[in-house]
Write a protein that binds this ligand. Structure first.
Ligand code: NAP
Ligand code: ZN
Length: 356
C-alpha cells in the first residue's frame, strides 16, 4: 500500500483534518493520478454529515477529480504518463450485468463502487479526491479534452454529467422549454448545457440576486420561486424541468409549470422524502422522474461536448484549509457556482490526525 495526504472528516460535524490514507499498489490495468483539483459537491456534505446513511469515519470526500497520470500498470492501453484525466462518482462496477453492458455502470445490478465511502472489490475503503493521489482502473478514468482547464473541468465529472444525462435522455434541444430549479453547482451546469443544446432555459431560483448570473450563464429568463406570481405566469410552460435543489421543496407547485406530457426530473437528493399529489401528474399526463449521474461513455461524451461548446464550470478556487468554510457557504446557497480545491495546497501539509 502507498500513503498519501488527504483532508478527512472524522465525524459528521467535525472540522476537516489532514491525514495520511492508503491507496493500493497498481494492478495491471490501474493508473495512478496526481490530483490537481477537486470540486466540492453538495453530495459530499450530505455524506459527511451522515444525512443519507451512517458513515464509517474517516470520510475523504471528493468525486470531481481532475489531474495528471503519473504511473500506469503494465496492461493499461488507454492512458499514458502525462495525460490530463478525470474521475467522477464511481471507480468500479461488475462489468458484466445487463446495465454495465449497456454502458450504464451507475445502475450496475451488483452495485457500483463509489469513489468514496464504498468498499472496493479488494476489500478496501474508497477515499475520494480531497487527497493528493488516487489509483483507479483505467475503464473508470475519463480523458479531459484540450481546451478545458483542469480546474474548470473538475466539476464536470459530477455536476456536468448529472445534468447532461437527463437533458439528453429527455431530449433538451431546439424548440424545447427547460426549467432549472436551484442555481447552485448542478443548476449552473444545467443552464450552460441546456443552452448549448439549443433549448430555451428558465432558471427558477429562491434568489433573484442571481438573475444577472443566470442570464450570463445562458438562461433566457430567471424567476423567483418565492413569488407566488411566478407559478401563475409560468403555469404549463415547460417540456422539462430539472430540479437540482438539495432540500425539500413544494413539488406540486413546480409540477404545475409543466405542460401536457412534461417531465420533472429530480437530480437533487435531499434526505427527507418528497411528496407529490397524484392530481399534479394525472391532470396533464405529467411525469415525475429521477436520474443518477451517467455512464462512463456518456461522461466522456459530455466532456467532449463541453470542450466543443467551450463550457467549463464557474469556479471559486480555494485551498485545502478552506473546505469547512466552503461547506458553510454552500449550505447558505452562497456558491458561485462551484468551490474547487487546489490540491497543490495539500501536498506539503503536516498530518494532524491519524486513522485514514
Ligand atoms: P448546491 O450547489 O448547494 O445547489 C443547490 C441549490 O439549490 C442552491 O444553490 C439553491 O439555489 C437551491 N436551494 C438550496 N436550498 C434550498 C431550499 N431549502 N429551498 C429551495 N432551494 C434551495 O448543490 P449541488 O452540488 O448543485 O447539489 C444539489 C443536489 O443534487 C444535492 O442534493 C446533491 O446531493 C444532489 N446530487 C445528485 C446527483 C445525482 O446523481 N442525482 C449528483 C450530484 C448531486 P437558489 O439559490 O438558486 O435557490
Ligand atoms: Zn456530486
Amino acid at each position: 500500500m502507498r500513503q498519501y495526504n488527504a483532508r478527512a472528516a472524522f465525524g459528521p460535524t467535525q472540522p476537516f483534518q489532514t491525514t495520511a490514507i492508503e491507496r493500493r499498489e497498481l494492478h495491471p490495468r490501474d493508473v495512478l493520478i496526481e490530483i490537481k483539483f477537486c470540486g466540492i459537491c453538495h453530495s459530499d456534505i450530505h455524506t459527511v454529515r451522515g444525512e443519507w446513511a451512517a458513515q464509517a469515519y474517516p470520510v475523504v470526500p471528493g468525486h470531481e477529480i481532475a489531474g495528471i497520470v503519473t504511473e500506469v500498470g503494465p496492461e493499461v492501453t488507454r492512458y499514458k504518463v502525462g495525460d490530463r484525466v478525470g474521475v467522477g462518482c464511481m471507480v468500479d462496477s461488475c462489468g458484466h450485468c445487463a446495465n454495465c453492458e449497456k454502458g450504464e455502470e451507475q445502475f450496475c445490478r451488483n452495485g457500483m463502487t463509489l469513489t468514496y465511502g464504498s468498499t472496493d472489490r479488494y476489500g478496501h475503503m474508497t477515499y475520494g479526491g480531497y487527497s493528493t493521489h488516487i489509483v483507479v482502473a483505467e475503464q473508470f478514468v475519463l480523458r479531459i479534452p484540450d481546451g478545458l482547464s483542469l480546474e474548470e473541468a473538475a466539476p464536470l465529472l459530477c455536476a456536468g454529467i448529472t445534468t447532461y444525462s437527463p437533458l439528453r435522455h429527455w431530449g433538451a434541444g431546439p424548440g424545447k422549454k427547460v426549467g432549472v430549479i436551484g442555481l447552485g453547482g448542478l443548476g449552473h451546469m444545467a443552464v450552460k448545457i441546456a443552452h448549448a443544446m439549443g433549448a430555451e432555459v428558465t432558471v427558477l431560483s429562491t434568489s433573484l440576486n442571481k438573475r444577472g448570473d443566470a442570464l450570463r450563464l445562458g438562461a433566457d429568463a430567471c424567476e423567483s420561486t418565492r413569488d407566488p406570481k411566478t407559478f401563475e405566469s409560468l403555469a404549463g410552460k415547460f417540456d422539462l424541468i430539472v430540479n437540482t435543489v438539495s432540500a425539500k421543496i413544494d413539488l406540486d407547485a413546480c409540477l404545475g409549470l409543466l405542460g401536457v406530457d412534461g417531465t420533472m426530473v429530480n437530480v437533487g437528493a435531499p434526505s427527507e422524502p418528497l411528496s407529490v399529489a397524484v392530481f399534479s401528474l394525472i391532470l396533464q399526463r405529467r411525469s415525475f422522474a429521477g436520474s443518477l449521474i451517467g455512464g462512463i461513455a456518456q461522461t466522456q461524451e459530455m466532456l467532449d461536448f463541453c470542450a466543443t461548446h467551450k463550457i467549463g464550470a464557474d469556479i471559486e478556487l480555494i485551498s485545502a484549509a478552506e473546505i469547512d468554510r466552503a461547506y458553510e457557504r454552500i449550505l447558505a446557497s452562497d456558491v458561485r457556482y462551484r468551490f474547487v480545491i487546489d490540491i497543490g495546497t495539500l501536498a506539503g501539509d503536516d498530518v494532524t490526525a491519524s486513522g485514514g
